[in-house]
Design a binder for this molecule. Structure first.
Ligand code: SD4
Length: 344
């Protein structure tokens, strides 16, 4: 574990590229629109969101476009291109939240391409926050969403066939090649990509600040691959996978959903920011809370938070190394950064 001193020395961001970026620069951009998404493939999400923010649009519209962009990408493991549950069916979870605590959520949704937009529709047109399963699908179809075939993507068919060889029920997320012999029997955490180059995550979380100074966020996922049928993770749970308080900040996350739900993770990060902590420090405190519950088991899972406060400052922190996030603003063009982590 890194010492507190080394955390302080290390500054706010770790760019994956040579581009140099720091917190001051984001601070200077305060009042300017900004979008932040989880992972390297946050580039896809940010490219969906940025045009909305750039033309002075609302953060809520921008984050919905982020979700749509990533759900459209059949090669990414978010949305219908994602890994199925252990019965071979893709089930999707998503939520969205605006600057006035309005929120919508869907869980265990099948054969609908854009769960984020179904969540938005629930938020905008019903007195409810969350619809699940068949009811969510019925609502989607009644509101004009197309019922897709339900066929697995080529990539998901391949990974599902491979999984079926052992059918081992081992719900581990974002942790590649556990107990790899070439790593001396240790787990190797390399969540960004699998050996064949496909992204090793199933979730996209996006938070945005618009030109009017308002925050919003969304989270969308196919959930943990090969999960039990009916399992729902943190991603559609307001307060767990996403939380937005316009007076404070917006937070979303990726990783082992059960660990996030237990701690109301995203809400917890927002509350730490409310107490005055900078976004990265707030994320770090929430990660420490998660690890503290069972430090030994924490060595085997990943959780990573990203946070954006209303001043336009960004921070992230994860349990394991390998978590990344992407920032887009007028001065930062779809730049990917590496998060600091609890374990090295
Ligand atoms: C879940 N949090 O279903 C999601 C999984 C995830 O990258 O983040 N994968 O628990």
């Amino acid at each position: 574990m890194k010492s507190r001193r080394s955390f302080l020395r290390l500054g706010a961001f770790f760019p994956l590229t040579h581009f140099s970026f720091n917190r001051l620069l984001v601070g200077e951009a305060a009042g300017q629109p900004l979008v932040v998404s989880t992972w390297d493939s946050g580039i896809i999400a940010n490219k969906g969101a940025w045009p909305v923010l750039q033309r002075g649009g609302k953060a809520i519209d921008a984050v919905e476009q982020a979700g749509i962009a990533i759900e459209n990408d059949i090669n990414c493991c978010v949305g219908l291109g994602g890994n199925p549950d252990r019965d071979g069916r893709v089930t999707l979870d998503s939520c969205i939240m605006d600057d006035r605590f309005n929120c919508g959520s869907v869980a265990f949704l099948e054969r609908i391409k854009h769960p984020v937009s179904v969540a938005r529709k629930i938020m905008d047109t019903t007195p409810h926050v969350m619809l699940v399963g068949e009811g969510a699908q019925q609502f989607a179809v009644e509101n004009g969403f197309v019922l897709e075939s339900g066929k697995l993507s080529a990539g998901a068919q391949k990974t599902y066939r491979k999984w079926l060889e052992k059918s081992e029920y081992k719900p581990i997320i974002n942790v590649e090649n556990q107990k790899r012999p070439d790593a001396g029997g240790k787990g190797v955490f390399a969540p960004n990509k699998l050996d064949d180059g496909t992204p090793n995550h199933d979730t996209m979380g996006t938070v945005a600040l618009d030109a009017a100074g308002n925050l919003s966020g969304m989270c969308t996922t196919s959930g943990m691959g090969f999960k039990m049928r009916g399992r729902v993770g943190d991603s559609p749970i307001i307060g767990a996978g996403l939380y937005v308080d316009n007076e404070v900040g917006a937070v979303t996350c990726s990783g082992q959903g059960e660990e996030v739900i237990r701690m109301c993770g995203s809400h917890l990060v927002v509350e730490f920011m409310r107490q005055g902590l900078a976004p990265k420090e707030a994320c770090r405190r929430a990660i420490e809370r998660i690890v503290k519950r069972d430090p030994l088991r924490a060595k085997e899972f990943q959780v990573g938070f990203i946070a954006l406060n209303r001043q336009g400052e960004v921070g992230a922190f994860s349990v394991q190394p390998g978590f990344s996030y992407t920032i887009t603003s007028a001065t930062v063009s779809h730049q990917v950064y590496k998060s600091e982590s609890y374990f090295s």
